[in-house]
Design a protein around this ligand. Structure first.
Ligand code: CP
Ligand code: NVA
Length: 349
C-alpha cells in the first residue's frame, strides 16, 4: 500500500490529492485537539534537524512548536553555526544527520540542494522553502481555503487568482496545487514575471487532465473577475538582490492588491491570502525604506493596509495553519501507525 510514512516532501507534486487531503484532515483534528489541550504525543523520542539557510518566523516556529507539542526534540542548524557548506558538503551532511535524526527540514536556495540532501539520507526530508518551491506553505493555504470554501463548493469548483511575481516559490507551488486539485487558477503578472514555460505547461496539462484550468494573463480585470480568492506575495523574495526593487516597483506597481482591485472581482465575498511576511504598512525597516525611496504614495507595497486588515483577509488564519499542517506532516511521515484519523478511507500511514 502506498504510504506517506517515511516519504520526503520536497515539492507539492510529491503527494497526490488524496494524500494532501489526508494531511489537511489530520491537521484539522490536531488544531481542535490543541485548542482543547487534549493532544496525544505521537513523536516522543524523535529527533528532528532544522536547517535554515534563510530567515524564517512562521516555518521555524511551526516546526519547533509542532515537534515540542508532540514530544520530539529539535536542533537548529545553518551554515554559520555548523560545518554545512563551508567545511562539509550537503552529501556528507545528509549521511551524518540521517544516523542521528528521524527527519530533516531544509530551508535554503537551490532546489537541487534539498534534492541532494534527500538523495543521501534515508529519513524524511521536508522542504521549508527553496527558491523554487514552498510546499509546506501550500498545505496551510489549502487548509485555509478549505476552511473558507464558498458554501457547497469543493477545490475543483473554485477560482483562485495569484497576482504579482509569478516566478517565485509560492507561485510555483500554487501551480502544482492547481494541477493536483483542478481548480481554476489565474496567474496575473507582467510577462517578464511569467513562470518558466516548460514547468507551466506541465502544470497546465495535469490540471486539464484533472478537469481544471490554468490561465496566465497581464490583464487584471480578466484575471480577477469572479474569483473566490486573491493571493499575493512579496515582489522580491529572500535571496534576491535589493537592487532589483526599483525595477520590481516600476513593473509590479499596478498589480498591488487594493480595494479598487478587489471590486474588479465583482465578488463581494472575495477573500485575501498572503503567505507573509508582508509589506502592508510602514512598520518594517525595509518596507519603510522602499516606500520612501521609490516615493510610493501608499502605505503598503504588494498590498494596502486596508485590504490586509480587512475582514476579507485570511492571513493570520493561514499562518496559524502552518503549525497544524506541519504537525500533521511530521506525524504522518514519522509514525508508522498513527491512529488519529481512524476513518478507513485514510490509509496513508
Ligand atoms: N510564510 C513563511 O514561510 O514565513 P517565514 O519566512 O516567516 O517562515
Ligand atoms: N516568496 C517569498 C516567500 C516567503 C515566505 C520568499 O521566498 O521570500
Amino acid at each position: 500500500m502506498k504510504t506517506i510514512y517515511k516519504k520526503d516532501f520536497l515539492r507539492l507534486f510529491d503527494f497526490n490529492a488524496k494524500e494532501i487531503i489526508y494531511l489537511i484532515e489530520l491537521a484539522s483534528i490536531l488544531k481542535k485537539k490543541k485548542k482543547k489541550n487534549i493532544e496525544d504525543k505521537k513523536l516522543v523520542n524523535k529527533n528532528i534537524a532544522l536547517i535554515f539557510e534563510k530567515e524564517s518566523t512562521r516555518t521555524r516556529c511551526s516546526f519547533e512548536v509542532a515537534a515540542y507539542d508532540q514530544g520530539a526534540f529539535i536542533t537548529n542548524l545553518n551554515s554559520k553555526n555548523s560545518q554545512i557548506g563551508y567545511k562539509e558538503s550537503i552529501k556528507d551532511t545528509a549521511r551524518v544527520l540521517d544516523k542521528i535524526y528521524h527527519g530533516i527540514q531544509y530551508r535554503g536556495y537551490d532546489q537541487s540542494v534539498i534534492e541532494e540532501l534527500a538523495n543521501y539520507s534515508n529519513v524524511p526530508v521536508w522542504n521549508g522553502l527553496t527558491n523554487d518551491f514552498h510546499p509546506t506553505q501550500l498545505l496551510a493555504d489549502l487548509m485555509t481555503i478549505k476552511e473558507n470554501m464558498p458554501s457547497g463548493k469543493y477545490f475543483n469548483e473554485i477560482i483562485i487568482s495569484y497576482i504579482g511575481d509569478a516566478q517565485n516559490n509560492i507561485s510555483n507551488s500554487m501551480l502544482e496545487a492547481a494541477a493536483i486539485f483542478g481548480f481554476d487558477l489565474r496567474l496575473i503578472s507582467p510577462k517578464k514575471y511569467y513562470p518558466k514555460k516548460k514547468f507551466f505547461n506541465i502544470c497546465k496539462e495535469i490540471s486539464e487532465y484533472n478537469g481544471g484550468k490554468i490561465t496566465i494573463t497581464e490583464n487584471i480585470e480578466l484575471g480577477i473577475k469572479n474569483t473566490d480568492f486573491i493571493y499575493t506575495d512579496v515582489w522580491l523574495s529572500m535571496g534576491e538582490s535589493e537592487k532589483k526593487w526599483c525595477q520590481r516597483i516600476l513593473q509590479l506597481k499596478k498589480y498591488q492588491v487594493n480595494l479598487s482591485m478587489l471590486k474588479k472581482s465583482f465578488n463581494p465575498k472575495i477573500k485575501f491570502l498572503h503567505c507573509l511576511p508582508s509589506f502592508h504598512d510602514r512598520k518594517t525597516i525595509l518596507g519603510n525604506k522602499i516606500i520612501n525611496k521609490y516615493n510610493l504614495n501608499s502605505k503598503g507595497i504588494e498590498v494596502t493596509n486596508n485590504v490586509f486588515e480587512s475582514k476579507k483577509s485570511l492571513v493570520f488564519q493561514q499562518s496559524e495553519n502552518r503549525l497544524h499542517t506541519i504537525k500533521s506532516l511530521l506525524i504522518s511521515t514519522l509514525c508508522k501507525n498513527n491512529d488519529i484519523l481512524k476513518n478507513k478511507n485514510y490509509m496513508y500511514n
